[in-house]
Design a protein around this ligand. Structure first.
Ligand code: GSH
Length: 211
C-alpha cells in the first residue's frame, strides 16, 4: 500500500483533512499548494481536482476530494482504527456528516455572503437548509446531551461536524451556544486535533515569515 499524498494549504479546509489523517494515524506526504495558478489552479493539480481546491488525497492511485468524503474514506479503508460507525451509530454518522456538508455549509456560507433568505415559508421550503436559524437549531438539538455526533464515542463524523463548529465559533458564523462550546472544547483536547493544528500553525507562521 503506497503512502497517502495529501494536498493542502495550511490556511484552508485542508486543516479538516489533516485532523482526519492524524486521527486515522496514517503516514502521509504533504504537498503544500499556494492559492492561484502557481499551485491549486495550475494544470498539474487540476488533473487531481478539476475544482482547483484543496484538500485532496491520493491513495494507491485513487483520488478523494471533499473534506467530508476524505474522512469517510479514511474511516472505511483504515477500519481497524474504529473511526467508522457501529450499526447503532450508522444513522447519526451519515445523517450529520451529510447535513454538515450540505445544509449547514450552505446556511453558513450564504449568510456570510449576505444572501438573505426571504422570510417566506414557501421560498424556505425549496431551500435544502430552510433557513440559517432552522439549521443551527437542528444541530444544537442533536448535540444537546451528547458527547459526540454518534453518542458516547468519538467517530470520524466528529472531525467533520466538529470542524464546522470549531471554525464557525472562531469566525463568528456559528453562535456560541452551550452545546456547541462544550462540544468544541471536548474536541480540542484530542491529541490528533492538537497535532494537526500545530503543524498547520507552524506552516502558517513559516509562510508569514516568507519561508
Ligand atoms: N467542498 C470542498 C471545499 C474546498 C474549498 O473550498 N477549499 C478552498 C480553501 S478552504 C480552496 O481550495 N479554494 C481555492 C479556490 O477555490 O480557488 C471541501 O469541503 O473540501
Amino acid at each position: 500500500m503506497s503512502k497517502i499524498v495529501f494536498y493542502t494549504n495550511p490556511m484552508s479546509r485542508g486543516q479538516i483533512a489533516r485532523w482526519m489523517l492524524e486521527e486515522a494515524g496514517v503516514d502521509y506526504n504533504e504537498q503544500i499548494l499556494a492559492y492561484g495558478p502557481a499551485g491549486m489552479a495550475g494544470e498539474t493539480y487540476r488533473k487531481i481536482n478539476p475544482m482547483a481546491k484543496v484538500p485532496a488525497i491520493v491513495h494507491d492511485g485513487r483520488v478523494v476530494t471533499e473534506a467530508a468524503a476524505i474522512g469517510l474514506y479514511l474511516a472505511d479503508v483504515f477500519a481497524d482504527r474504529r473511526l467508522g460507525p457501529t450499526d447503532d451509530e450508522r444513522a447519526a454518522y451519515y445523517r450529520w456528516v451529510l447535513f454538515s456538508a450540505g445544509p449547514l455549509e450552505q446556511a453558513i456560507t450564504s449568510r456570510a455572503m449576505g444572501w438573505d433568505v426571504p422570510d417566506d415559508p414557501q421560498k424556505q421550503g425549496t431551500l435544502g437548509f430552510g433557513s440559517y436559524e432552522r439549521t443551527i437549531d437542528a444541530l444544537e438539538d442533536h448535540l444537546n446531551g451528547r458527547h459526540y455526533v454518534c453518542g458516547d464515542r468519538f467517530t470520524m463524523a466528529d472531525c467533520y461536524v466538529g470542524s464546522h463548529i470549531d471554525w464557525g465559533i472562531a469566525f463568528g458564523t456559528i453562535p456560541e451556544r452551550a452545546a456547541f462550546k462544550t462540544y468544541q472544547q471536548r474536541l480540542r483536547k484530542r491529541e490528533a486535533y492538537r497535532k494537526a493544528k500545530a503543524r498547520d500553525q507552524a506552516l502558517i507562521e513559516q509562510m508569514q515569515k516568507g519561508g
